[in-house]
Design a protein around this ligand. Sequence first.
Ligand code: PBG
Length: 333
Amino acid sequence: MKIIGSYPNLRLRRLRKSTWIRDLVSESNISHKDLILPIFIREGKNKVESIKLMPGVKRYSVDKLSNILKEVERYKIPMVALFPFTPNYKKDEFGTEALNPNNLICKAIKFIKKKFPKIGVMCDVALDPYTTHGHDGVIIKKKIDNDETIKVLVKQALLYAKKGCDIIAPSDMMDGRIGVIRKALDEENFKDVNILSYAVKYASNFYGPFRDAVGSKSKLKSDKKTYQMDFRNSSEALREVGLDIKEGADMVMVKPGLIYLDIINKIKRNYNVPVLAYQVSGEYSMIKNAIEKKILNNDAILESVNSFKRAGACAIVTYFAIDIAKIIKNQLK
Ligand code: PBG
C-alpha cells in the first residue's frame, strides 16, 4: 500500500484526538447484537451451581434458566448456545442419551421457546456430553467411527429441530456430516433450520474448562486429534470450509478464537460465507482469572472480542456476552 503524504502535513494523531473522532473513524465495532452466550444446563430443580474452572459461569437446572435468560433479554443478546451436564448414570458408550426426546437439551429448548420466544437457540450436535469415554463419536474397534457416528448425529439434529432449535451446530468434526444433516432436515421439512458448521475446530488445549463444565474431562483418556484439526495447519482450514459450504452449511465457525485470528481472516478473504468465532473456555478463564487478580481490567474483554470483528468474524460465541453488553453500556463496575 502506498502512503500518500508525509509529516508534518500528515499527522495520524489528528484522527485520535477525541473520543468522538475515534468513534467516527473506527474500522470495526462490537455490539451486543454480535454475541452468542453459551449456557450449561444440569439436572434437578432449583439448582444454580458454580463451575470451578470457569469463575462467573454457572450451570442451571431448566427451571432456573430464567435467571440467566432474563439477563440475555435485558441486554438484548440475540442467541444462546446450549450445553448439557449429563449425570454419569445417563452416559453410555454410544451416547444414547443424545437421542432421548426428554434429555436436558430438549427440555431446555422447550422452556426457552415457551418463556423467551424471541431468543434464538443454537444446539451443539456431537456426542461428547453423553458418552462414557468423552469422545464426540461412537467407538468401533477402538476407533472413532466416522460413518456410524453420522447416523447418530443426524438423529440428534432432527430431534433438536423438532423441539424448536433454530440453529444446528455440528461440532464433532466427522467428515461428511453437514451434507447428510442438511438432506435429512430438508426431507423432514426443516428447510429453514440453519446449519452453523464448526468447520474449523482445532484439537486444542484450550477446551479444558468446558470439558469440566459438561463433565467429560475426567472421562476423556486420550486426545481428539484423529478428528479435530492439527494446530500446525492453515490451508487445511480452507478445505474444511469449502467442503462444508458445498454440503450446505449456512455459516462456519472457527474454534478456538483468539489464537486462530489468522484463520478467521483467511477464510473471510477466501469465501463469501459468514464466519463466526468461538472464544472458548480456556480463553475465557485466562482473561477472567487475570481480571479477578487485577492483572487486567475489564476493558481487556472488549479488546479481546473486538479482535474477532477486526479479523472478519460477524459474530462471537463467548462466555463474556453479558459482561460485554454491560461494558458497552458502561454498566460494569
Ligand atoms: C464438544 C464441544 C467442545 C467445545 C464445544 N463443543 C469441546 C471439545 O471438543 O472437546 C469447547 C468449548 C469451550 O472450550 O468453550 N464437541
